[in-house]
Design a protein around this ligand. Structure first.
Ligand code: ADP
Ligand code: MG
Length: 332
């Protein structure tokens, strides 16, 4: 059974934006009301409202997001379901901050990945699971320009083919080991090594956490492998990977409109109902598409977190993100 949970996170205005963006464009355009906590109203040329399973305003802490959305998926995962947590939105909307793929963080600002890993490892090492001989492994892939790179591969060729043959899966025993591997992976990012002129840090990252647990079925012990995927989906990469550049150019006249609009929609709809969407989602054999296809279609508990900025300056991207989150279908 596929199940899709939808959340929205509105990030706070940053100190850097206060300086850079003209004050008239700093007007807050997105609001929540205490009476309808799952709804947001966006005030652009017209007023529109959108409903989510959870709405998190600018004051929300990292812990609150984790406790209210991700924690309940951990049990599902330990019982053998595949879980995917995906953040999406325009550049600088807070995707990586929410996911916790950015390098430096304090205890409070730790994102979803380090929090999940701490919980998962402590569960697996608890007595309840210990007898099932658990075995935890982690992989870390970066997708940029439709090429995937194994960020945990030391030396040699780090490029991966579409089926991710030879992807490093490193055995881990503690949360510290995982954090260490993720920092190592950050150092191996293509953007650091090869493309010093590139100003856009918005790459897609997929982190897979896969334990093997022994489980008893009808008196027999079998090994169950479920996967926990963390996807930090870059807006630019979505357009490219879903093979939509062409399609988009036919439908939209301006590049601005072309950005994330249809691309996010298709990606998100694919989460909801793969069978129905395969007809209009052009799976063109791009790496990200194939990776996501595997991760999103089979017995998945998926959580998508739409990330937006609160101000008028970003209103166009914000409306796009909200509209596409709206079209993500919920399978019961
Ligand atoms: P994205 O990955 O969507 O491009 P980032 O996660 O890198 O965006 O966020 C852009 C900037 O805003 C970063 O400097 C990040 O630390 C900051 N930021 C994002 N969300 C929050 C938040 N909820 N609270 C504080 N700072 C945030
Ligand atoms: Mg990012």
């Amino acid at each position: 059974m596929n199940l899709l949970h939808k959340a929205l996170r509105i990030r706070p205005l940053s100190a850097e934006e206060l300086v850079r963006i003209p004050s008239r464009l700093q007007r807050n355009v997105i609001s929540t009301t205490p009476f309808t906590p799952n709804q947001v109203v966006i005030q652009g040329e017209k007023k529109q409202s959108f409903t989510f399973d959870h709405v998190f305003g600018p004051e929300t802490t990292q812990k609150e997001i984790y406790d209210k959305t991700v924690m309940k998926l951990i049990d599902q995962f330990l019982e053998g379901n595949n879980v995917t947590v995906l953040t999406f939105g325009h550049t600088s909307s807070g995707k990586s901050y929410t996911m916790g793929t950015t390098e430096k963080s304090t205890h409070e600002s730790k994102g979803i990945i380090p929090r999940s890993i701490t919980t998962l490892l402590s569960c697996v090492n608890s007595t309840q699971y210990k007898t099932r001989k658990p075995f935890m492994k982690v992989s870390f892939v970066e997708i940029y320009n439709d090429e995937s790179t194994d960020l945990l591969c030391e030396g040699g060729d780090r490029k991966l083919n579409t089926s991710l043959t030879g992807l490093q899966e490193i055995r881990v025993n503690s949360a510290e080991e995982v954090t260490g591997l993720l920092s190592l992976g950050q150092l191996n990012r293509r953007s650091n090594a090869q493309d010093l002129n590139r100003h856009d840090p918005d790459n897609s990252h997929v982190i897979v956490f896969s334990p093997k647990l022994n489980k008893q079925f009808d008196g027999e012990w079998v090994t169950v492998t479920s996967k926990f995927h963390f996807v930090d989906l870059a807006g630019n990469e979505m357009v490219r990977s879903f093979g939509l550049e062409h399609k988009l150019k036919e439908h939209f006249t301006s590049t601005n409109e072309l950005t994330t609009k249809v691309a996010i929609g298709n990606a998100i709809c694919a989460l909801g109902d793969p069978s129905e969407n395969s007809t209009f989602l052009p799976y063109k054999g791009s790496k990200l598409t194939r990776i996501l296809q595997n991760y999103l279609c089979n017995n998945i508990q998926a959580l998508i977190i739409a990330c937006v900025s609160p101000i008028e300056y970003n209103i166009k991207e914000t409306v796009n993100t909200l509209e596409y989150a709206k079209h993500a279908r919920k399978i019961k």
